[in-house]
Structure formats: C-alpha cells, structure tokens
Design a protein around this ligand. Sequence first.
Ligand code: URA
Length: 200
Amino acid sequence: MSAFSELYSEIAQCTDCGLARTRTRVVPGEGPEDADILFVGEAPGWHEDQQGRPFVGPAGHFLEELLHSIGLRRDQVYIANVIKCRPPTNRDPLPSELMACRKWLDQQIELIQPRMIVTLGRYSLAQFSPGLTMGKAHGTARKKDGTILFAMYHPAAALHQQSLRKTIQEDMLKIPLLLTQAEQVEEVKEEDKPQQLSMF
Ligand code: URA
C-alpha cells in the first residue's frame, strides 16, 4: 500500500471529533501526489459529503473556472480542505474540530511537498498564517520553509457577494507569475506575528 493509500484509509476511519457521527463520507482531498499547487479550502459541504470529493458543488464549479483562467484543469492540482468531514448544516468548524483534523492536512503536505499552497478562505488562511486578516492578505504571497503561501478569498464568497468575484479572479491570475518568480517571494520566519506580506 502506498503512503497515500494508507493515509486515505486512516482518514476514512477517523473518529477524532464529533463530525465522524454526522458525516456521510469523509472527503480527504484529491489530485496528483506530486502536484505543484495545493488548494486548501474550509470543509466539505452537502455535495462533497455525498460524493466524498472536494469542491464538487457550486463553489467547486467556480474554482474550476478560476483554474481554467490560468490554463489549469482541476486534475492538475491537489485540492483539499482543512476539515475532512462536513459540519452539520455547513456551520463554521469548531476550534476542537480544526485541531483534531490538522494532522491529516499536515501529512498530506508532507507527502505532496507542493511548491505553492493556496489558502481559500479565512479558516485555511488561519491554519497557515495565524494573525493575518483576509482583507489584507488576499492576493499576497509569503514563503514558509521554502513553500509559497498564497491567500485567496473562498470561491463561495463570490457566490454570496458578487463584488468579490472580480477580486478573486484577479488574485487567481497572479499564481503563474508567482510560480515562475518563486525566488523573489520572501521567507517569513516569525510565524505567529502578523507580517507585511512580500510580493504583489
Ligand atoms: N467549500 C470548501 O471549503 N470545500 C469544499 O470542498 C467545498 C466547498
């Protein structure tokens, strides 16, 4: 069994928080095991919970449209969430759930070793860059341990708030240049301190 298959089967059996009791299916994430870019959303919604796949509902369709705008298909990137099981009624994840689930995403990152992690939404941003606010951080990049962290609003935000659609589209267009100019993105060392972000 490959390290990935082993990890998926561990995640599928996880009962480390209460979401295990209400989920239909676990949604570990999907994509190439050696993907350059890892997109990290918040948590599965209804569609994802039914299918066991990330971003397959309306937010997922917008994410695919965004990927196409930079010449990518969804099967060329890795897509995951900070929370692997759907919170009932799509409520916000609880701190205890975020803590219990963190280990799975950490292990995915360890295996994938992406060049860039794109955080989608505030829960994902908070996992990687605590202390930063979305209003300031979106569309900006920093580097942590050699990996580029790029912050974006959650695609679902554009579905609820039309004014954010253009912002999200513009932020997405920065990704290809960031990857080609990765050496210009500054490394951030003091993790817990809000930082001036480095590029764009
Ligand atoms: N929203 C998320 O954050 N993740 C999904 O998988 C679907 C919607």
